[in-house]
Write a protein that binds this ligand. Structure first.
Ligand SMILES: Nc1ncnc2c1ncn2[C@@H]1O[C@H](COP(=O)(O)OP(=O)(O)OP(=O)(O)O)[C@@H](O)[C@H]1O
Length: 240
């Protein structure tokens, strides 16, 4: 009998596949993924280019559908969701951070974050979100007046301002030098620790694994290895 005290994981992924195209041209991006991610964990996904990391992240984020298998978010069966239900799921639960910040150049840092807080159900104030990422002194700056790392921190503030349960980050430090990347990782770790947000980071910067509770290694559309890290290090100590 199931242990009633056992909390549901944030994600329970069972036999997930994703195929692009048909026949001889088909790409089997995910070839049967089984995975559990506990709520409030910080998880890093590593693996060679084309191994399926972004494909899995996109399915977990409700941006894409699996070809077969199950993807549970707590008790919600994402694999059975309509486009409309996925859209609501994304709006209510998911913050996204990508390699490129996608800020509106004609809006200030505060206004970029307000774009999200105006349509979210229970947002934090834009100024509060920007203070959390250490940008309370840059509220009225435009993206062109900010460094790459600062722009990425605005993008993170925008993602967390709607108080998401889940923060999905695809190459968040990909466009940054290592020192600046470290400040961004520190913010992600802080969001995880202070807000309890489940954070998933896809990256090529293997040293990022040191700050994770759990590291998932991909190869050829499969999970090669999952490593639990009993003692994640503070992001500021990471060197790559
Ligand atoms: N929309 C698509 N149409 C066709 N093939 C796709 C599509 N998206 C991804 N693929 C293919 O699926 C496979 C997995 O891609 P995915 O982007 O998930 O890999 P990744 O591990 O995130 O790679 P990277 O580290 O380079 O971002 C690759 O072979 C890729 O070319």
């Amino acid at each position: 009998m199931a242990d009633k005290q056992q909390p549901l994981p944030a994600f329970n992924v069972i036999g997930l596949t994703r195929q692009y195209g048909e026949g001889a041209a088909a790409v089997h991006a995910l070839q049967g993924i089984d995975l559990q991610i506990p709520a409030s964990a910080l998880v890093v996904l590593l693996g060679p280019s084309g191994s399926g990391k972004s494909t899995l992240l996109n399915i977990m984020g409700g941006l894409d559908h699996a070809s077969s298998g199950e993807c549970w978010f707590f008790d919600q069966a994402l694999h059975q969701f309509s486009e409309k239900a996925l859209s609501l799921y994304r709006r209510q639960n998911v913050g996204f951070v990508f390699q490129f910040y996608n800020l509106m150049p004609s809006l200030t840092a505060r206004e970029n974050v307000e774009l999200v807080t105006e349509i979210a159900d229970s947002p934090m104030a834009a100024d509060e979100a920007l203070a959390l990422v250490g940008l309370d002194h840059r509220l009225d700056h435009f993206p062109a007046q900010l460094s790459g790392g600062e722009q990425q921190r605005v993008a993170i503030a925008r993602a967390i301002a709607k108080n998401p349960t889940l923060l999905l980050c695809d190459e968040p430090t990909g466009a940054l030098d290592s020192a600046t990347g470290r400040t961004v990782l520190k913010v992600l770790q802080q969001v995880n620790q202070q807000l309890g947000t489940t954070v998933l980071i896809v990256t090529h910067a293997a040293a990022t694994a040191e700050m994770a509770d759990r590291v998932i290694h991909f190869a050829d559309g499969k999970i090669r290895e999952v490593i639990e890290n009993p003692a994640p290090v503070p992001a500021e100590q990471i060197v790559w």
